[in-house]
Write a protein that binds this ligand. Structure first.
Ligand code: ZN
Length: 67
């Protein structure tokens, strides 16, 4: 059985747009969201244009299966 291709390009976390402009590229595309690295979960404010990280903090891992 074949499954249709997902239409989403990426699996997305809820993204909070935040005000301000990127210190690196000047784009007004800063957003706050969660991500995981090898040490665990982070909440970051990151430029969606050039991917510069404006701030990041360690957070408790969210429960699996919840948003
Ligand atoms: Zn930027």
């Amino acid at each position: 059985m074949l499954f249709p291709q997902p239409t989403e390009m990426t699996i997305t976390e809820p993204v909070d747009p935040v005000g301000g402009t990127c210190g690196e590229c000047g784009a007004g595309t800063l957003a706050r969201y969660r991500l995981v690295d090898y040490r665990g979960w982070l909440r970051v404010v990151k430029c969606r244009s050039c991917l510069a990280v404006t701030s990041s903090e360690r957070i408790i891992a969210p429960p699996q299966g919840m948003s």
